[in-house]
Design a protein around this ligand. Structure first.
Ligand SMILES: Nc1ncnc2c1ncn2[C@@H]1O[C@H](COP(=O)(O)OP(=O)(O)OP(=O)(O)O)[C@@H](O)[C@H]1O
Ligand SMILES: [Mg+2]
Length: 345
């Protein structure tokens, strides 16, 4: 680690992305963090309000620093935050970083903002397909418009569940199809139909998948239904009709934003999150959003590395000259205490 490198950490409900800024190639893989103890910790760690206790946070970060093989003492840390984070939780994390881990400076910021900065923009609508939710968050000049943010309870792991159900139905004699197999099938084969999937005409797209032990799974149309589920969750997932698709979610966030901001927001509709990695989602999303927001400047940004967009945005931010002006230092912390984290930056 060189003096100018920063530890960048994006804790998600499904995976933790952590590594040194500027070194995306060494980004610890989600699998590394899906070690049983951390997965159990994450699952158990969500308190009723979606928060971690102090002990859980300590274990979480200790695990992360250990697997990075880096002592945080004397380092700078960039952390992502979900929109729903409470002031209490922000203060607790800040306190831990400075008092338990002795970092010299830190910057904790909304995950969607970090993802947008990574595209070089300060205004836009960030659409993040995460673990069990999809969020559309308008951001104007670096500030999230909280009242216009929209969310649906459909994310990558709901699609894994859907694929598991479809694979189980299509292979009634196999009782060894696990969630991990379903996720692998999804990550390798899933695609998004260019137009709404016609369930009666999918036979020609039927696929199979061969497991390492040479068992051949009948995938049927599960790969196409996986992509479709992001657009029509109610039809494909059996969810209530009120659960809207990702295209309508973008439109709802756009309409909820102040009207004088909208022409700026449409220029950078930026999709990210592991769940958005399904093949052909960018094309379908672009077509559907253009149909709903026929503004001449409407532009969908779908970078190929969008699965790690939050981490990459944090890494880019840490490398900017202006970063030292926004980061909190130990001195700031000692003067004000944990509430320094709410300082506007
Ligand atoms: N290549 C891929 N194709 C399809 N799905 C993928 C791919 N890569 C990752 N995913 C899916 O992305 C999902 C996890 O997304 P992500 O890593 O963004 O979640 P997270 O950041 O941990 O969650 P959250 O932000 O909601 O807390 C998983 O369901 C995983 O299967
Ligand atoms: Mg995430």
């Amino acid at each position: 680690m060189t003096d100018s490198q920063t530890i960048v950490i994006d804790v998600g409900k499904y995976s933790v992305k952590a590594g040194l800024s500027g070194d995306a190639s060494k980004l610890s893989s989600p699998e590394a963090y899906r070690a049983v103890e951390l997965l159990e910790l994450q699952n158990a760690a969500y308190l009723p309000e979606g928060e971690f206790s102090r002990e859980q946070l300590e274990t979480l970060y200790a695990n992360i620093f250990k697997s990075l093989d880096i002592s945080p003492s004397g380092q700078t840390v960039v952390l992502s935050e979900p929109l729903s984070i409470s002031n209490r939780q922000r203060e607790l994390v800040t306190q831990l970083m400075f008092e338990t881990y002795n970092v010299t400076s830190m910057f904790s910021h909304l995950d969607a903002c970090l993802a947008l900065y990574g595209t070089g923009r300060a205004s836009g609508i960030v659409v993040d397909v995460g673990c069990n939710t999809t969020r559309a968050i308008p951001i104007y000049d670096g500030y999230p418009i909280q009242t216009a943010a929209k969310e649906t309870p459909v994310g990558g792991e709901d699609i894994t569940e859907l694929v598991l159900r479809l694979l189980t139905n299509a292979n009634p004699t196999l009782n060894t199809i696990t969630v991990d197999i379903a996720r692998t099938v999804k990550e390798r084969l899933a695609l998004c139909p260019a137009t709404p999937l016609d369930m009666s005409q999918t036979a020609h797209t039927e696929r199979t998948f061969t497991l390492p032990d040479d068992t051949v799974l009948t995938v049927k149309s599960a790969h196409a239904e996986a992509g479709e589920a992001l657009f029509t969750p109610s039809r494909v997932n059996g969810l209530g009709k009120n659960i809207i698709g990702i295209d309508d979610l973008v439109h709802a966030a756009y309409m909820a934003a102040p009207s004088d901001y909208r022409s700026e927001l449409v220029k950078s509709i930026s999709i990210c999150g592991g769940g958005s990695m399904i093949k052909d989602i960018p094309d379908r999303l672009e077509a559907e959003v253009l149909a709903r927001i026929p503004h001449p400047d409407t532009c969908i940004l779908c970078p190929p590395d969008r699965g790690e967009a939050v981490w990459l945005g944090g890494s880019i931010l840490a490398s900017l000259k202006s970063f030292s002006q926004v980061a909190l230092t130990k001195r700031d912390y000692d003067e004000v205490g944990p509430s320094i984290v709410h300082r506007k930056n």
